[in-house]
Structure formats: structure tokens, C-alpha cells
Design a protein around this ligand. Structure first.
Ligand code: ADP
Ligand code: ADP
Length: 238
């Protein structure tokens, strides 16, 4: 059974820019998908739809049983309840780590669980430490983000995404803003998570990661999915 299903999703920015064209895509529970393609091809837009960060104008998108419809339809992307349900099931990691600089690592992680999920401080902190251990950075819990390296900050951002126990993890070019020597530590953490059964959709240009971790590679161009294949087939093409 699929956990994510795009049914002929079309999105425009403004009136003229057709950013997603007839997207049909089914992702299975536990599947690891890498989305690649040239800059501006719609990769980021595609995965932002999965988190209800982008509305779309035609089609339907089902995320872990919750239906998001086109803008203006009965169950549309402005349907607060559906959006909240989707956000609780989906964690997202951005290129720029998007941590709050004035909050400690621990407070960055407990903010959502305390104020969105209603956990007590003690519960939220216990859970935050568990997730920090998962990305091997628990010893930095009381530091502030800017005291950490870019790779460490991105691992904190991954731990934060894990704190709401999401069914799906989205990554939007998680290593593109990092100095080269920090890329591998983030890819290593992503590879560990991939082996733990969570559904992952990653926009990335890291082709070694794609080759070794992805079950499927989706290639986009000009708002369309132009190719889908298992990595072996993809990389053996001439
Ligand atoms: P990618 O992730 O493949 O680089 P994006 O999904 O970020 O592509 O963007 C696809 C296209 O949509 C690009 O041409 C981009 O300039 C355009 N775009 C993205 N966001 C907006 C926006 N908020 N308003 C208008 N155009 C946008
Ligand atoms: P990426 O390719 O990594 O997604 P971009 O540089 O395309 O990043 O976009 C960065 C931000 O600017 C995004 O939030 C996107 O929605 C917005 N954006 C991109 N292109 C446009 C555009 N033509 N008009 C307005 N906003 C845009």
C-alpha cells in the first residue's frame, strides 16, 4: 500500500508558471526515494506539497491516509485540519537548517512537541535527547546552534524532524549548504535512518548516496517526472 500518492497534481506559481505538470507518483511505506533533476525543475515544489507547504491547483495528494485536494476544492490545502494532520505525519529537513539561533539545541527540539503535541517539558526533553542520540550529537544539547558546525546543525535539524515521530521524512538538498568536509557526516546519519524503515523522500545531488540508499530515483525536468527507475537501472544507462 502506498503512503504517498500524487494523482495528476498540477501547480502554477502565479498564472503563468506551470511548476508541476500532471504529477503521478506513488511511494510505498518504508520506501526511500531520491528526487533529482536540474535546478528549477520543480523538485523542491514537489516535496513541499507532501508537507502541505505548497498549495496546488489541480489533482489530489494523499499522505498517510489524509487527502489534500486542489485549492478551492472541498478538502483543499487550506483545510486546517488536514494540513495539521499531514504536518504531524511528515518531518522536513531544509537546505538551510532553520534552527532558532536564540534557543539551545534542546529547546529547538522541544518547542514543537511541547507546543504542538502538548508534551510536558520533561517528556519533551527525554524524547529530544533520544533523537539527538540517534544522530550522535546528544553531547551538544545545551549549546546554541551557532556554536556548532554546519554538519552538526544539520544533524540537529534532522533530530528535530524526528521528534514528532513522523511516518515520512522529507529532505530538501540537506547537504547543499554545507562545507564539503561536513557532507559525509550528514549522509551517514541519513543512511542510518534509511535502514530503520522510515519512508524517505530526498532531493539531493549526492549520487553516491542515491545509488547506495535509494529504492527508486525519480528524475524531474520542467515540472514533469520524466523518468523513474531503481538505481541500478538508472546508473547503468549509457
Ligand atoms: P528545484 O527544487 O528543482 O530547483 P523549485 O521547485 O524550487 O525547483 O522551483 C521550480 C520553479 O518554480 C523554478 O523556476 C522557480 O524559480 C519557481 N518558483 C519556485 N518557488 C516560486 C515562488 N514562490 N514563486 C514563483 N516561482 C517560484
Ligand atoms: P531551491 O532551488 O533550493 O528550492 P530557490 O533558490 O529556487 O531554492 O528558491 C528559494 C526560495 O525562493 C523558495 O522559497 C522559493 O519558493 C522562492 N522562489 C524561487 N523562485 C522564485 C520566484 N521566481 N519568485 C518568487 N519566489 C521564488
Amino acid at each position: 500500500a502506498s503512503i504517498i500518492r500524487f494523482e495528476r497534481v498540477n501547480k502554477w506559481y502565479g498564472r503563468d508558471f506551470h511548476a508541476l505538470r500532471d504529477i503521478e507518483l506513488e511511494i510505498g511505506r518504508g520506501e526511500r526515494v531520491v528526487v533529482c533533476g536540474p535546478s528549477g525543475s520543480g523538485k523542491s515544489t514537489l516535496i513541499r506539497c507532501i508537507n502541505a507547504l505548497e498549495p496546488f491547483q489541480q489533482g489530489r495528494l494523499i499522505v498517510d491516509g489524509v487527502a489534500l485536494g486542489a485549492e478551492g476544492s472541498a478538502k483543499d490545502n487550506a483545510d486546517e485540519r488536514a494540513v495539521q494532520q499531514v504536518r504531524r505525519r511528515v518531518g522536513m529537513v531544509f537546505q538551510q537548517f532553520n534552527l532558532f539561533p536564540h534557543l539551545s539545541v534542546l529547546d529547538n527540539l522541544t518547542l514543537g512537541p511541547r507546543h504542538v503535541a502538548g508534551l510536558s517539558r520533561r517528556e519533551a526533553e527525554a524524547q529530544a535527547l533520544t533523537q539527538l542520540e540517534r544522530v550522535h550529537i546528544a553531547e551538544q544539547a545545551h549549546k546554541f546552534p551557532l556554536q556548532l558546525s554546519g554538519g552538526q546543525q544539520q544533524r540537529v535539524a534532522i533530530a528535530r524532524a524526528l521528534c514528532l515521530a513522523p511516518q515520512i521524512l522529507l529532505f530538501d538538498e540537506p547537504t547543499s549548504a554545507l562545507d564539503p568536509e561536513m557532507v559525509q557526516e550528514v549522509l551517514d546519519v541519513m543512511t542510518e535512518l534509511a535502514s530503520q524503515g522510515i519512508t524517505m523522500v530526498c532531493v539531493t545531488h549526492e549520487m553516491d548516496f542515491a545509488r547506495s540508499v535509494a529504492d527508486r530515483i525519480v528524475f524531474m525536468d520542467q515540472g514533469q517526472i520524466v523518468e523513474e527507475a531503481a538505481p541500478a537501472a538508472f546508473f547503468s544507462q549509457p
